[in-house]
Design a protein around this ligand. Sequence first.
Ligand SMILES: [Zn+2]
Length: 164
Amino acid sequence: MNVRILGDPVLREISQPILEITDEIRELAKRMLVVMKETDGVGLAGPQVGISKRIFVVCADDGIDRVFINPQIIETSVETCGYEEGCLSIPGYYEQVERPKYVTIQALNEKGRRVTMETQGLLARVVQHENDHLEGTMFIDRIDSKKKEKIEAKFLNKTSSKGA
Ligand SMILES: [Zn+2]
């Protein structure tokens, strides 16, 4: 299981809902948590490991491992805040991204139980960032378009020059 980098088409796909929470899905969540920790991430979404399914894992400032399956952000605050975001799929780049300060998210956990969570701080930030991945959206889509183009060019050039 390796982390996919910007330029990999799987990162731009819309992920499919998970129909049944099987042992296979639980194993996937476990492996994703391992990869996330090995790479010093605070969140990791299915597409980032090449799996186009609606699942992400998070371990934010409270140190609790959380698994979100078929998540839905059901409420967002009007109040927004900026934060310097990075992404395991865009290594080495960090930019200020403006997002709602608080969000309420509903999802199934790895036991298949429906959970509703009101989030704030880093957790609110990470669940929004990871939820975006399931829609094929990356944080660079939420920054100034010139900055985005510069970052994209770096990664796309790298990919295309491999054969040269
Ligand atoms: Zn990311």
